[in-house]
Design a protein around this ligand. Sequence first.
Ligand code: AMP
Length: 420
Amino acid sequence: MNFKELGLNDQMLEAISFMGFEKATPVQEKAVPEILAGNDLIACAQTGTGKTAAFVLPVLNNLTKDHKHETSVLIIVPTRELAIQIDQAIQGFTYFTPVQSIPVYGGGGGSDWDSEKKALTSGADIIVATPGRLISHLNMGYVKFDSVKHLILDEADRMLDIGFYDDIIKIINFLPKKRQTLMFSATMPPKIRILASKILTKPKEVSIEISKPAEGVLQAAYLTYDTQKTPLISSLIINKPELKSVLIFSSTKLKVNDIVRDLRKTEKNIQGISSALDQTKREEVLSDFRSKKTRVLVATDVLSRGIDIKDIDLVINYDVPGDAEDYVHRIGRTARASSTGVAITLVNEADMFKFKRIEDFIENEVMKIPLPHVLGEGPLWNPKQPPFGNNRFKGKGNNQSGKKKPFFKKKPDNRNKKKD
Ligand code: AMP
């Protein structure tokens, strides 16, 4: 569907075309008309689906129609990276309009605090804030939120995982009762439903189909320290002639070489493939694996999407993939076309939180198997949020730091923006 059919005004259509978007994504198709109609909304959509534009575009549509230069939109997000990312997306869409936004998040210096304070008292159109920092401002008594018309909670499930429930409720008590509330979440556990029932009014629901692993895949995980990983893989594949095809995934091409080198001590019929190989060599390695000449292949995610290799008996994730869709694609290499297969993931302490988020995404708790006795004890299952900024669950469209590159240079005006 094109954007014109969604009912957006000409100014928005111009911004969309300037951004180079041609067609609306499914979440945009479903959410934009509901938001334009003034409904509250609960949307289940992951990063990478175009969810930011799904809520930003219709809200901006209203703002540009009737621009008053007061705080009209409050967007609450779990992390500073997401606050910056959404603010940058808004800057892209509002480049040719007078609409202003400001990100409000902790960790900056005093000048950030002052510019945030100025925006929160004199009114920036859109505030994109993390809960803790916003509460610090609210506690000072100067924040003016009586003109807020749209409240958006993004990555609501993650905010509850972090423990922001009370903060969210506290912030909402500062907002007018009459407002539109939109809640976006990658997953819909019961606690999200409970929050939705408290803060949304007769919400419409939008859900984007998430890819699920094929039925025939038996999924399991081992909790391991890094030093236990190679001996564990050896023990899983050695003396098992019934495993004719074993595919091991690693997140980085550097690790591919290390894994191949270490496993070669016990498994001679092993090859590695990553973008480090040239195209001819890659095809050769793939062809040997496809024809079962090579028994064990160690690969980066290059191989997880699209390439159709049949009858892989065992997929091993040497580490937890950076995003849940990659996990589904990786384990989808086994049990293709309704055959059965086994997918095993090795989860170290640092990856437990990421793995828990994958379990939430696939709506399935993966069985954790005890390590073989000879390898000793592994770490205990403790999927707590890692220290800030470390090992963050990354969605599509994000770069390594979890931040998106800015779409444009900053607006050349005197907005109350933070300095980069
Ligand atoms: P998000 O899910 O909001 O993080 O968006 C993921 C990426 O998709 C971002 O880089 C957006 O700029 C891009 N995007 C969003 N909507 C569209 C669209 N309709 N067409 C093309 N790209 C889009």
